[in-house]
Design a protein around this ligand. Sequence first.
Ligand SMILES: NC(=O)c1ccc[n+]([C@@H]2O[C@H](COP(=O)([O-])OP(=O)(O)OC[C@H]3O[C@@H](n4cnc5c(N)ncnc54)[C@H](OP(=O)(O)O)[C@@H]3O)[C@@H](O)[C@H]2O)c1
Length: 498
Amino acid sequence: MSADEQKLDTADPTNIVIFGATGDLTRRKLMPALLRMLSCGLVHEDSCIHGVVHNRSETEWLQMIRDGFNLFSPKLSVDDGVWNQFSSHLKMIDGDLGDERTYKNIAESLQLLGGKKNVMFYCAIPPDWYGTVAKGLYQAGLVNEEEGYRRLVIEKPFGSDLESASALDNELQAVFDEEQIYRIDHYLGKESVQNLLVYRFANSIMEPLWNRNYIDHIQITASETIGIEYRAKYYENAGALRDMIQSHLMQLMTLVAMEPPVEFTADAVRDEKMKVLRAIRRFEPEQIKLHTVSAQYASGCVDGEDIAAYVSEENVSPDSATETFAGVKFYIDNWRWQGVPFILWTGKRLKSRVSEVMIRFRKPPFNLFDNHASIPAANALAFRLQPEGGVVIRLNAKKPGLTTDNEELVMRAPYADDVEKVSDAYEILMHDVLVGDSTLFSRGDEVEESWSIVEPILKAWEGRFSIERYRAGTWDIPAMDELTKDCVGGWHKPTVYE
Ligand SMILES: NC(=O)c1ccc[n+]([C@@H]2O[C@H](COP(=O)([O-])OP(=O)(O)OC[C@H]3O[C@@H](n4cnc5c(N)ncnc54)[C@H](OP(=O)(O)O)[C@@H]3O)[C@@H](O)[C@H]2O)c1
């Protein structure tokens, strides 16, 4: 958020307690977001950031955070002045997550701060620790909200299947009320994702078209050129379906498909999203093959760089059958969407890096123009989420000259002229936690419902010994063409500039 922004929306002074204060997420995302938020007043200047750290001195921790700015956020130009200002808010609490004394230390540290009673607890730690942390906070008397709010932030993944997600919810809800729990899906914090709601509900031209009468199908895409990077251990057990479809892409699907909420409040929006999830058709075991695609990248070339096969990556089993590409054709059984396929697909090491929601309209019912004219293409409206947010509309227009033939006109409208003005997802989401707005966070029932939808697919894929391969840097996945063969225009393989 730009520093010249008005200080209108400042939350009250707060204590921000970060578990995992030496980790990648903290250094790469949380600290830079907090620095920017402090500098423009979105975090109150009297706030304190406590880092829970084990195995390191305070000097070492502070150095790690400062090095993190240089490494991950060089644009912030954290010189001595900026650092001294920011680090005056930092305070280390020594302790292991498994040690109950850690939570007593936190309670003591918070008491020393006198008047500042609000606390946001941010779990930037491996998910197996979430339950332990919640219990530790409860036992140290840190959950009760009599003296100020107590909000717990957890990061995805929220479980790895329905059973583990329910078990996690039970553990957290035994200690915190649902209203105190903020489940972060950082995808939902992207301005371009929030903009989906504005495009839909602040423009009256959308609603008349937004249904089965005009829309042929919808493709929701997260296509990546990167591989699994340092996440092999997690990814081997997760795969693309768990990592992207069950969470990010299904959340996008609910925003695209939901009815207008009665008001823009957390529960009104989440109630509508929940109705979409409940209306998604469940697959019988014999339908899975027809409605899903899974594949894994083999060696190839991405952006001119030679890429090794997934199975050759460090910490990946040479006979791994984990999917690095997943596609699912869902149907929503309600009045608005009956019969309209929603194709959610994602993959690593593909040809281009693009995330978008593409609405493909039906073909014109009749070609009015003469026999020599090309058949007009079906219109498409794409909401581009990354690399740069914006809208792309494909219309048919007359070719210039003495002809009635037509050609496709592609209109592109970037969301922001100045990308520097676009806020980072973590700034938006942390600010929402501070002001108590949970609209952009997943509710427990949404998470469990989406797990229940993908559960039959996970079961069908469990324990398989082989998987289709695609060459890295290509769209060479024939099963996706097959999955989309009845959709107008087929599989839409997006390029960066379209
Ligand atoms: N990194 C991202 O960009 C990203 C994006 C989305 C979601 N997430 C989620 O965010 C969470 C954190 O991810 P990460 O990438 O930051 O992981 P990470 O780099 O492995 O960091 C984990 C942190 O937890 C600390 N920790 C682990 N065991 C501890 C213990 N017993 N006592 C005290 N501290 C302990 C680690 O400290 P030591 O290293 O000192 O042990 C480290 O600070 C995960 O749930 C992940 O799925 C991360």
